[in-house]
Write a protein that binds this ligand. Structure first.
Ligand code: M6P
Ligand code: ZN
Length: 191
């Protein structure tokens, strides 16, 4: 007999992007992202303070099975490591054929995408923007604003995470501040 999962609802706090009833909240500090920012000296200088970079409020603890979805809000704090804006670690999906949808809620920033061959693409995310991450594209989000940048993400429950490829190679491009504005430049650490 089919075991029916009971439907459920979580409220996203639209003042700050939190999901107060989320069963899982992940915090990522600078120390959780060692080597991901392009400027090692800037990373070292900021490590004493070890700032909170972002939090993920995971609304659903559904079975990690095909057919189910997971969804979460991500709250990225404003700030920079050197001239590189605060961002998420970024990942490919372990099941590369799984897509994802991002919906902007608060603040402003970008979705940086990359194919396994290193082709990059940049999508601007503001409140109301619904951005599609197609299958096989690695993805990272970046806060270029002065306030927290918040978006909702919805993805297949069996997508999984490949962080290793990003940790080893990075993204081919990084988003840095030049004359007060974000500019996409080649990543000196891309390999
Ligand atoms: C979004 C989704 C999550 C992801 C989070 C943080 O909410 O894509 O699956 O965990 O962003 O990104 P990362 O896992 O790369 O740190
Ligand atoms: Zn994803």
């Amino acid at each position: 007999m089919t075991a029916y999962l009971p439907p459920f609802t979580h409220l996203v706090n639209l003042q700050d992007g939190t999901i107060p009833t989320a069963p899982l909240v992940q915090q990522r500090r600078l120390s959780d992202m060692r080597g991901l920012y392009a400027d090692p000296a800037a990373e070292y200088a900021l490590m004493a303070a070890n700032p909170l970079i972002y939090e993920v409020y995971e609304a659903a603890q559904n079975p990690k099975e095909a057919g189910h979805l997971l969804y979460s809000t991500t709250v990225i704090r404003p700030g920079k490591v050197g001239d590189e804006y605060f961002m998420t670690k970024g990942h490919y999906h372990a099941r590369g054929e799984c897509a994802e949808l991002y919906y902007g809620l608060l603040g402003e920033g970008y979705l940086l995408l990359q194919t396994p061959e290193g082709e990059v693409n940049l999508q601007r995310i503001v409140p109301g923007a619904a951005a599609y991450v197609p299958p096989y594209w690695g993805h990272r989000t970046i806060n270029t604003g002065a306030e927290s940048f918040v978006f909702l993400a919805v993805y297949p429950a069996d997508a999984g995470y490949d962080y290793k490829t990003i940790a080893e190679r990075g993204f081919a491009s990084i988003l840095v501040e030049r004359d007060g504005a974000p500019v996409l430049v080649p990543n000196p650490r891309y390999g």
